[in-house]
Design a protein around this ligand. Structure first.
Ligand code: FAD
Length: 554
């Protein structure tokens, strides 16, 4: 490992030694048992051991190695087994299943850690001249297979870790813009900005283990996007190293200089070059930040309320509502001592029952407010009226505050579940408001039907996560109880029916996780064959030798 560059554990999420625990959550084990029939309290095998893996040798030739060492220095040209394995995958559940099973595929032959843009320029040219393959690496948190070399790749594969490029270079206070290096991780970037009174406002669930460059290359979206925008809105200019040249896009609020090159780079997943820095919109830290919690009788009521909030003068930084099963999950996953854990407390239950609600169908919602105290009060008043008009009730700040504090620990639950033979994953999409209910109902039904047909227990739940003028993103989480040798095939069926349901119900292949290899089969349906034709011409034109992360997107 390189000093100062964070690295996730090779077989799972985040840092070694940190894991999910269901202790002090007495309702969680019964919830899982009821939903998928698995006893999560049973003993599990120990964590996978790196020494049990058979790691193929690096195929880096002495010629290229010598040139890379001359550019970067010995320390920043790494070929050890663990570094190569960590850089071979993202953190999709398919990645985790394969790496745990020792199915390593085509690993990178070397991992480079450039410390300046000039070094990136030199290494790109050296690798292309040696007919190698270049794969930029941010935090390795993507879940769409966006980092893997193609199976059977015979050329030398070079992973470029941007982690040493981690500085906020400049803040233009009068324009509200910051120039930031692409390899910075979320917390480090916010620390640097906050120290000067600014924030980016981009908080994906993977914030702790993902980077600015990765967010741009995958078209990421954070949980506060209703106020701050998706990364596509936030990034105003950037620098990208391409073979033999450097793309420089100055930060501009808007421009009509032909088809947007900035938009071509957004979501390009390393296929056009290596992003080294970006100019981004930054905002003054808000005086007040508050998450309020609400309940609705049904998810459909909650969806209507979110749509109306979006159309109102209230502009909260987030409005989120969970369907009935996800609401049960959140309440079961709350600590015994917490307000989430006790939300089914007698007093609240009584109010719900008095309203004639079926407690199995209730939908929990969090709405986030930011700004001056007067502004927050005004917005809360508007939202409160909309919630009431849709039959909802407010349960105050407690549960939202707790959710806010714990949100970055949630990803550890996937490793905990995999240890117990439960495959957990997510798929997300957007539709116009007109189809929001339909896509939810049909996707849940199709998933359940597919699991019934195979004869395995599975559960799927969903929340609305990001809202726009014309529609919203819905984020589905699914868990399947299958620890048999057919695990991967079962997962494939689940993933396929969910993605196809998105296509058949006016959705997109992905709102914010990108394409990689995972979503590539749906691109024709998503953007039409002509759209794929344009993308292919773009990638082939920029990179005729297919040196830049080949095989991703299309
Ligand atoms: P990586 O995974 O390292 O790379 C992703 C792709 O970008 C690869 O193709 C890579 O080659 C390319 N790339 C990386 N850096 C550069 C660069 N500097 N120049 C050119 N190409 C580059 N995503 C969201 O948007 N919102 C969420 O809330 C969210 N939550 C998640 C929660 C979990 C538990 C997990 C596992 C993932 C989540 N993701 C989320 C997905 C993932 O975090 C995002 O796709 C993120 O943007 C990837 O960033 P990264 O730095 O980890 O990139």
């Amino acid at each position: 490992m390189i000093e100062g560059v964070k690295q996730q554990k090779w077989w799972g999420w985040g840092e070694d030694g940190k894991s999910y625990s269901h202790h002090d959550k007495p309702k969680f084990a019964p919830f899982v048992k009821k939903m998928v029939g698995v006893d999560i309290t049973a003993a599990v095998p120990p964590s996978p051991r790196f020494d049990d893996l058979e790691v193929p040798a690096s195929q880096l030739g002495e010629g290229l190695r010598g040139e890379l060492v001359a550019i970067l220095g010995e320390e920043f040209v790494q070929t050890d087994d663990e570094t190569r394995v960590v850089h071979a995958f993202g953190k999709g559940v398919r990645d985790l299943m394969r790496v745990r099973a020792g199915q390593l595929g085509r690993l990178p032959d070397v991992v480079l850690y450039p410390g300046s843009q000039a070094e990136v320029e030199r290494l790109v040219d050296a690798v292309i001249a040696a007919d190698g393959v270049l794969i930029p690496f941010g935090g390795g948190s993507n879940i769409v297979a966006a980092l893997e070399a193609e199976p059977g790749e015979t050329r030398q594969v070079v992973s470029v870790n941007l982690g040493r490029l981690s500085r906020v270079l400049e803040i233009d206070e009068s324009s509200g813009l910051a120039h930031i290096q692409a390899g910075v991780f979320g917390p480090d970037m916010e620390d640097q900005l906050n120290a000067q009174g600014w924030t980016l406002g981009h908080h994906p669930d993977s914030f702790v283990w993902s980077t600015l460059g990765g967010w741009i290359a995958t078209r990421s979206s954070g949980m506060q996007s209703d106020k701050y925008g998706d990364i596509a809105d936030i990034v105003r200019g950037l620098t990208m190293v391409m073979p033999g040249q450097v793309l420089t896009l100055r930060p501009l609020p808007s421009s009509s200089s032909g088809p947007s090159v900035r938009e071509m780079v957004l979501g390009s997943e390393g296929r056009l070059g290596i992003i080294t820095s970006a100019w981004v919109n930054v905002h003054r830290l808000p005086e007040v930040r508050e998450l309020q919690s609400y309940f609705f009788a049904t998810y459909e009521d909650g969806l209507k309320a979110c749509e109306q909030i979006m159309a109102s003068d209230a502009a909260p930084m987030m409005a989120r509502v969970s369907d009935a099963v996800e609401t049960q999950y959140i309440m079961a996953n709350g600590k015994k001592s917490s307000r989430i854990g006790s939300l089914s407390s007698k007093a609240i239950q009584k109010i719900m029952e008095a309203k004639g609600w079926d407690l199995e169908k209730i939908a929990m919602s969090f709405v986030g407010f930011e700004g001056s105290p007067t502004h927050v009060r005004y917005e809360k008043g508007l939202v409160s009226r909309i919630v009431k008009a849709n039959g909802g009730i407010s349960v105050g700040k407690g549960p939202g505050t707790l959710y806010d504090q714990k949100k970055y620990d949630t990803p550890y639950i996937r490793d905990f579940m995999l240890d117990r033979g439960l495959i957990c994953d997510v798929s997300e999409t957007t539709t116009p408001w007109a189809y929001a209910e339909q896509i939810h109902t049909n996707t849940v039904a199709r998933f359940q039907k597919a699991m019934d047909e195979i004869g395995v227990r599975g559960v799927v739940f969903c929340h609305l996560s990001h809202s726009y003028h014309s529609g919203a993103c819905q984020y589905f989480t699914f868990a399947i109880a299958d620890d048999s040798e057919n695990q991967m095939a079962t997962y494939d069926v689940a993933k396929r029916v969910i993605q196809q349901s998105f296509m058949d119900n006016h959705g997109t292949v992905s709102h914010h996780h990108g394409v990689g290899e995972e979503h590539s089969p749906w691109m024709d349906q998503d953007i039409s064959p002509a759209g794929v034709f344009i993308q292919r011409k773009l990638f082939d034109g920029v990179d005729p030798g297919h040196h830049l992360n080949p095989g991703k997107i299309i």
